[in-house]
Write a protein of this length. Structure first.
Length: 213
């Protein structure tokens, strides 16, 4: 069994214990789905997938505070600036959100959420076509070279840690006494550094389906 399969099996094993504590003021959620890059990020990265997990504190029937983690992975588009490359892009965030929604109960619940997030973005470039690169500068790949250099100088991992904002909308449906199925979409805006005269801002929309216990 893969590590991912072991993790999911452990979550399912914990479900009865979590359901027995349905009256507690906090809840846990885990889910995953698609991750869609937008704008300049969408010009460089293909649609990918995401995994998310978090904990929420229910301050009242309609207001809560949530802390969650998200991991997303994208392939880099095959051709950028007439340069053939093979690369992989990962995005991680830790976000704190206020959650405002309809009261909790046995029926469907609709909610809004949003707040600040700390982002870790990385690009792992595995190969460039050819033996040298001239004047290749792409802030979203965290690479900027303005002279002929050996390919080995460009190939490698590059990353950036930046602040950003995120917010979105979701809906949840009760499926048992202690569990709710949720579907949510968020807009993420990452404030990137200035690289080669352009800011490496990033925009992404993760769409996640999961279970809240």
């Amino acid at each position: 069994m893969t590590k991912r399969g072991v993790f999911l099996a452990a979550l399912l094993a914990l479900a009865p214990w979590v359901a027995a504590q349905a009256d507690r003021p906090y809840s846990f959620g885990v889910g995953g789905g698609a991750s869609l890059p937008l704008s300049d990020a969408g010009d460089r990265f293909d649609a990918g997938w995401n995994f998310t997990a978090g904990v929420a504190w229910n301050l009242s029937q309609g207001l809560g505070l949530r802390l969650d983690y998200l991991y997303a992975e994208h392939d880099v588009k095959a051709e950028l600036s007439n340069t053939q490359l093979d690369a992989r892009h990962t995005l991680q965030h830790v976000a704190a959100s206020f959650v405002l929604g309809t009261p909790r109960g046995t029926g469907p619940r609709v909610y809004l959420l949003g707040g600040p997030a700390l982002y870790f973005r990385a690009v792992e470039i595995t190969s460039f076509a050819g033996t040298s690169v001239r004047n290749f500068c792409d802030p979203w790949l965290f690479v900027c070279v303005t002279d002929v250099v050996p390919t080995e100088t460009v190939v490698g991992s590059r990353d950036s840690i930046d602040w950003g904002l995120q917010g979105g909308v979701g809906a949840s449906f009760r499926v048992s006494r202690g569990a709710r199925l949720f579907l949510e979409a968020r807009y993420q805006h990452v404030f990137g550094d200035d690289i080669g005269g352009r800011r490496a801002n990033g925009q992404y929309v993760p769409i996640s389906l999961g279970v809240e216990f």
